[in-house]
Design a protein around this ligand. Structure first.
Ligand SMILES: Cc1cc2nc3c(=O)[nH]c(=O)nc-3n(C[C@H](O)[C@H](O)[C@H](O)COP(=O)(O)O)c2cc1C
Length: 355
């Protein structure tokens, strides 16, 4: 049974930002943690290695609510070095997927959210100015109790001139702004468009390496996680790990899987240019997240690397959590399922075997 979501797809992003979170996340009740922090994530003691990845926790109020409900590793949504507009509403629609989602599929969007739950989301990674998010993130970081840690996520923004150097410099500025908030773990989203190309940044391995090296130099001792997309090609993943996996401290996989999304009349479901395809997440991509975690764990060993693995994608119940942990995930996170189930962290703490 789905609960009232803490992010309401029927409202605009702005409305959610100003008035959310909703449902149980709005009740400001703190669930006391009964588990001693016997896990560690990137040097931080953690009660349960479970959290919410970058995206649905729009601001400090959402992050604090997630901490209060026992999500011990919430990620403050991906921010930028300057204000950036959100795509037009709607930004979230349910999609009907038969079985596992592979790439190149066309899906029909729906307004009824039911299990097994998969959605498409399309926001364009909006951001407020650092003048807003820096103090807001700093406050959320302080709200973490024993056995909890807040992660701050960011990405670079292309410059008006289209200069690659300016694009890379923007990542470094972003890292500095995050560091100033006192956040203990930073995540950089490399599953975002790459300046000057049609591909995702994580698939441009030399540039990804340049960027993570520059960010690491700025962050110093603060651990850096990189968020990546599903890699279909094992050779490319191996190369990515040789170049990038040897620099970062953690890898979070996966982001959404792209699909064409239409309405019941076969027309583009999300309004506006460039939105015929959008990212799909939830139960239909669990297979892809688990498979990536398995491959990351194997390659980590064979390449003698030490990065920690964050398993993301359709981790909607204790069985999925167990599946991810068995596959080699050091920690597991859920976006879609957590949005509709504010008690998911508690359920996992009670039911999971792999804790
Ligand atoms: C509402 C929403 C917003 C998201 N925004 C971001 C984002 O800003 N940055 C990012 O790296 N991933 C973003 N994601 C992707 C999630 O972090 C995650 O990788 C993906 O949803 C798969 O997990 P799930 O199947 O548990 O939803 C977003 C996901 C959702 C549902």
């Amino acid at each position: 049974m789905l609960s009232e979501p803490f992010y309401d797809p029927g409202r605009s992003y702005q409305d959610n930002f100003e008035h959310g979170p909703f449902g149980l996340f709005a009740d400001a009740q703190r669930i006391s943690s009964t588990t001693e922090p016997k896990h560690r994530f990137l040097g931080q003691p953690i009660s349960a290695p479970f959290g919410i990845p970058a995206g649905p926790l729009l601001n400090g109020r959402f992050v604090k609510a997630a901490l209060d409900k026992g999500f011990d590793i919430p990620v403050y949504k991906t921010v930028r070095t300057r204000k950036y507009a959100c795509h037009a509403w709607p930004n979230v629609l349910a999609v009907k997927v038969d079985g596992d989602l592979d790439t190149g599929r066309t899906l029909v969007a729906r307004r009824d959210y039911s299990e097994p739950l998969s959605i498409t989301n399309s926001f364009g990674v909006p951001s407020y100015d650092p003048e807003f998010w820096q103090p807001d993130m700093a406050d959320a970081v302080q709200h973490a109790g024993p056995g909890q840690v807040v992660v701050g996520s960011f990405q670079g923004t292309k410059s008006e001139s289209g200069s690659v150097d300016a694009y890379i410099a923007d990542f470094v500025t972003g890292a500095r702004l995050l560091k100033q908030t006192g956040v203990k773990i930073v995540e950089v989203n490399l599953s975002c468009p790459n300046e000057g190309t049609a591909n995702l940044l994580c698939f441009d391995i030399p540039r990804a390496r340049t960027i993570v090296e520059a960010i690491k130099a700025e962050l110093g001792e603060i651990p850096l996680v990189t968020k990546i997309a599903y890699f279909g090609d094992d050779e490319r993943l191996t190369q990515f790990l040789r170049e990038v996996g040897s620099v970062v401290d953690g890898i979070s996989a996966i982001n959404t899987v792209s699909a064409v999304v239409v309405d019941e009349h076969g027309k583009q479901a999300l309004p506006g240019e460039g939105r015929l395809s959008s990212g799909v997440c939830g139960s239909a991509i669990q297979w892809a997240g688990v498979e990536m975690v398995e491959r990351l764990a194997k390659l980590r060993e064979s390449l003698g690397l030490t990065f920690e693995i964050v398993g993301v994608g359709g981790a909607g119940d204790a069985a999925a959590f167990d599946r991810y942990r068995k596959a080699g995930a050091d920690v597991v996170m859920s976006a879609t399922a957590a949005m509709w189930n504010p008690c998911l962290a508690q359920e996992i703490k009670e039911l999971a075997h792999e804790l």
